[in-house]
Design a protein around this ligand. Structure first.
Ligand code: SF4
Length: 311
């Protein structure tokens, strides 16, 4: 099977938290119960209410097994939806199956929304690493930043996170995304710090929207604010985590970039260094192809051009 034909696998992609992450997506594109203002996948067209068995577990596992035969190098296998992976009904079975296929750690990235659901907590218990988000500190900030389904309650989700953190035997890496003017001021950070006291976690990452967000008005915290916030919260600023290079086993340079930006936007510098690492002799040609492809959306953000595949 060629890389372009894999439906559920993407990467390995450099992750600032995990090294080289081989992604497995069990949900259809942008199936999520939030529509975060900073989401790099754009706005959520329809907020999902309940879990679903979108694809047979066996199909996803068969793809991963096939892909692993290529001997690809990666550090962690990460279940990360093109939306929210806990919306996948077969998550527990999938994690059990993935752990049989690899000795590498299996991680799940989640927005925490379904942690009040015991079945979801039981499914996540099978992972080695769970990376839940906590960006808000009350209902009002939750609605502004994560824009959840309207019946969702911040307190209930926070309690679910606290409960899960105490039950979970693996590594719990918490992430807080800071958005300028929404949750990066001192009063917000102190409220978040108060909430952290009840959560048992192994690592805390403080992040900022480095890729084009769903809403054009979203801004990163000011220079130095991320580090100051990380210090106040006792976490690690994600901008300090080294990012390894992008990698693809797809031989054609242009196709390789398409296979990456399908799930992970890349900016012009990342594309350039990726092409350099592959000794590509005609970068201009590859950039021209990207610019001419109507399925590739280009966004000017933070002074450079970012490319993502939208179809
Ligand atoms: S950032 Fe994650 S949780 Fe938020 S809308 Fe995007 S996919 Fe959903």
């Amino acid at each position: 099977m060629r890389m372009q034909e894999y439906r559920h696998i993407f990467g390995p992609l450099p992750s600032r938290r995990m090294g080289l992450s081989l992604g497995v997506s069990p949900v259809p594109k942008k199936y999520c119960n939030y529509s975060c203002v900073y989401c790099q996948l754009g706005r959520t067209p329809k907020l999902q209410k309940s879990k679903g068995m979108y694809f047979p577990v066996a199909d996803i596992l068969a793809e991963v097994a096939d892909y692993l035969k290529s001997g690809v190098n990666f550090d962690v296998l990460t279940v990360v939806g093109e939306g929210e992976p806990t919306l996948y009904e077969g998550l527990g079975e999938l994690l059990t199956g993935l752990k049989k296929l690899t000795d590498k750690p299996v991680a799940v990235i989640t927005n925490s929304a379904l942690l009040p659901d015991e079945e979801v907590r039981q499914a996540l218990a099978k992972a080695d690493i769970v990376m839940p988000s906590l960006d808000a500190y009350d209902d009002a900030s939750f609605k502004k930043i994560n824009r959840p389904r309207k019946e969702m309650s911040f307190d209930e989700i926070y309690q679910g996170l606290v409960t899960f953190s105490r039950e979970f035997q693996g590594q719990l890496w918490l992430e807080i995304m800071l958005v300028q003017g929404l949750n990066d001021d001192e009063a917000s950070l102190l409220k978040l710090k108060g909430l952290l006291e009840k959560i048992r976690y192994d690592r805390l990452f403080v992040n900022s929207p480095v890729r084009p967000p769903a809403e054009g008005w979203v801004k990163e915290p000011d220079e130095g604010a991320l580090e100051r916030a990380a210090e106040l919260l006792g976490g690690l600023s994600i901008s300090k985590s080294a990012s390894p290079d992008f990698f693809s086993e797809v031989p054609d340079h242009y196709e390789a970039i398409l296979s990456i930006i399908k799930r992970h936007p890349m900016n012009q510098h990342e594309i350039s260094s990726f092409l350099n690492s592959r000794d590509c002799s005609d970068q201009e040609q590859v950039f021209a192809q990207l610019e001419q492809n109507p399925a590739v959306e280009t966004v000017d953000y933070k002074g450079y051009r970012t490319y993502r595949l939208v179809k």
